[in-house]
Structures are given as C-alpha cells and as structure tokens.
Design a protein around this ligand. Structure first.
Ligand code: IPM
Ligand code: MG
Length: 370
C-alpha cells in the first residue's frame, strides 16, 4: 500500500454527509483497487459543529485541518441556524477555515460534459464544449474587510457597514495564479472588477496590468467590468478562458457559471494556499453547491460536484493527474449512459439516487481497469 496522504473530511450539514459518503467509497476504491491509501479523519463543521460544541468550527477541528494534507469539505448551513448571531452561523466555520489556512486562491472550473449540454438553461450550442475557469480571491475583500458590523444610531435606526479592501500584495498573488493557470490552458485571462465605481477596482486593474507587463507578457489579458462579465457569461460564455476576480464578484459569477454546466450540482472547487518551502500548498476541496436543506436526507443529492472536487484534490494536492482523469472520465461515462440525479434529470434519462450515482461511478472506475 502506497500511503499518499492524510485527509480531513468535513461533511458539514444538509446534503453534505450524503455526498461525503460517496467520497469515502471512492477513497475505499483507490485503496482496494489501486493500492493508494488516504488516511481519513472525519470531524464536524458548520451547524453540526454548533450543535455539538456551540461553535461552527472547534479549535481542535481547525488544528486537524492545519495538520492535514488536504481538507475535503461538504456543505454548511440550514434554516435551523438562520437566527444565530453572525459569528456563530455555520458559514463562519467555512470562512474561518479559508482565512486561517490562508486559502486565497479559489479555482472554480465550469466544464460542460457532452451528455449534459442539453441540461443547461442556455442553448446547447452556446455551452457545448465549454471549459472556463473562474479564479476567485478568497481571503480578502468585503468578506473580511474592517470595519464591519451593525450599529444603533441615536435616532433609534441602525447603520450597517462592510468594507471592501485589497492591497497590492493580495491582488498580485491571485493574479499570478491566474496567469500561471492560463499558461496551461488557452493563455487568456479576463480580469474582472468595477474600476468605474470602486477604488479597489482601480487598484486591481492597475496592479494586474503591471504584473502582466512584468512577468506574463505571453498571456493575453483583457479587463472587464463585473456587471458586463455577468452579462457576457450568459451571452457568449465560450469567449472566456480564465476569469480572475475578487471574493464577492467571484461568488456571484461562479454561481452563474455553474448553471451553464447544467446544474450547481456539477461544479467542483479547490481552494489553495501559497506553496511552502517543500512546494506543498494547504488546500480545501468543496463542491460549489450548498447544503440544500430542502432535499437533505432523501437520497436525492447529486454527489458529482463532490466527486469532481475529490478529483481536483488528486490533481492539485497529490499530483495524481492520471487518477484525477480516471475519476472525471468515469463521471463522463456515467452521464453518457443516461444516469441522472434529480437536479440534472432530462426526458428519456434514468433518475437515480445519491448512492446509486456513487455506485455507477465506482462501476465505471472498475471498468476503466479493464
Ligand atoms: C461559496 C458560498 C460561501 C461564500 C458561503 C457558504 C459562505 O456561497 O463558497 O460560494 O459566500 O463564499
Ligand atoms: Mg457562493
């Protein structure tokens, strides 16, 4: 047995545990069929952590996350926690992990599997063959900027403040990841901000332009306002290769891009830190979809975004590109055979449960061994 690394599994809330269950089966497959061992520890995060410990991320969990080679994350949140004060909300568990592990680079690839081109809300010809990468800055901007909060005013009304803030260093480090990734793709970067109204946008544009001239002149760089980018994504999405943008715009644009692929249930993500001396990056892998409390516990969740996130982990944390391809190809084959979870169901296809979908992927993995 080749011990590859140790993983912290954080299933979280809602459909998180269901989709994580399928990851565990794929981990088992790699152990039994490929001799690749991942040591897994499982812990609580989000609402489930709040229920057990009164906090969405216990210190002991954070310590495990810091020690792990990679964190595999399900989803957090649910109506039961809506009334909690801000710092106790399930989402804070995720935001704290991103911040504490300094996972500044969030890769959200939107790829359309041939079998799903019909499931997109856009016309088939607009999305067929689509392969774009949204690179979202994840540890800065309005998500974390100070001051923030809600205050009472003397007249009894209230005032809320969030702060959008970016430094040269933050902009340059996310932009260089974008330029580097584009070199392995089509060599095109679209940098997205609102330089027409926001100072952070002006600085963003200037710093990206400067970095491009200094270090990445071979890459084709284009600037675009975020509102226009949203429009272009639904108008002609194939014009993009890599989109580099800030935390909030990236949150919005990646949900839109996800829908191009047929379902939010199909979009994986990787959140990476800076490489250490040994070249290793801290990393967290999560599906872009949320906890979907409305369908939790019913076996209806689509595990494919979670499994595609696991494939990203194989590729980015463990340099197991061939194994990542194997998982992605298995998923493509399952879709080609007409298997669908409810979210991507189409006429003439076969609707199956979360575990049946996981099993179908395992069967294809078996078949790939010949
Ligand atoms: C995402 C989610 C999170 C975010 C929430 C759950 C805090 O929407 O990962 O896109 O806003 O970043
Ligand atoms: Mg989001």
């Amino acid at each position: 047995m080749n011990q590859v690394g140790n993983l912290l599994l954080l299933p979280g809330d809602g459909i998180g545990p269901e989709v994580m269950g399928e990851v565990q089966r794929v981990v088992g497959w790699f152990r039994d069929r490929q001799g690749l061992g991942f040591e897994c520890e499982t812990d609580l995060v989000g609402g489930s952590a709040y229920d057990a410990h009164g906090t969405p991320l216990a210190d002991s969990t954070l310590a495990l996350a810091k020690a792990a080679d990679a964190v595999v994350f399900g989803a957090v949140g649910g109506p039961a926690y809506d009334q909690l004060e801000f710092r106790l909300k399930p989402e804070q568990g995720l935001l704290k992990l991103r911040k504490e592990l300094e996972l500044f680079a969030n890769l959200r690839p939107a790829m359309v599997f041939p079998a799903l081109a019909e499931a997109s809300s856009l016309k088939k010809e607009l999305v067929e063959g689509l392969d774009i990468l949204i690179l979202r800055e994840l540890t800065g901007g309005v998500y974390f900027g100070e001051p923030r909060g809600i205050e009472e005013l003397p007249d009894g009304t209230r005032r809320a403040v969030d702060t959008q803030v970016y430094t040269t260093a933050e902009i340059r480090r996310i932009a260089s990841v974008g330029f580097e990734l584009s070199r392995k793709r089509q060599g095109r970067v679209t940098s997205v901000e609102k330089a027409n109204v926001m100072h952070t946008g002006v600085l963003w544009r200037q710093e990206v332009t400067k970095l491009h001239q200094e270090q990445f002149p071979d890459v084709k760089l284009e600037h675009m306002y975020a509102d226009n980018c949203a429009m272009q994504l639904v108008r002609r999405p194939k014009q993009f290769d890599v989109i580099v943008t800030d935390n909030l715009f990236g949150d919005l644009l990646s949900d839109a891009a996800a829908m191009l692929t047929g379902s939010l249930g199909m979009l994986p993500s990787a959140s990476l830190g800076a490489p250490d001396q040994a070249g290793r990056r801290k990393a967290l892998y999560e599906p872009v979809h949320g906890s979907a409390p409305d369908i939790a516990g019913q076996g209806k969740a689509n595990p494919l975004a979670m499994l595609l996130s696991f494939a990203m982990m194989l590729r980015y944390s463990f340099d197991l590109g061939a194994e990542a391809d194997r998982v992605e190809k298995a998923i493509g084959a399952v879709l080609d055979k007409g298997y669908r979870t409810a979210d991507i169901m189409q006429p003439g296809m076969r609707e199956i449960s979360t575990t049946a979908m996981g099993q179908a992927v395992l069967d294809e993995l078996d078949a790939s061994l010949g």
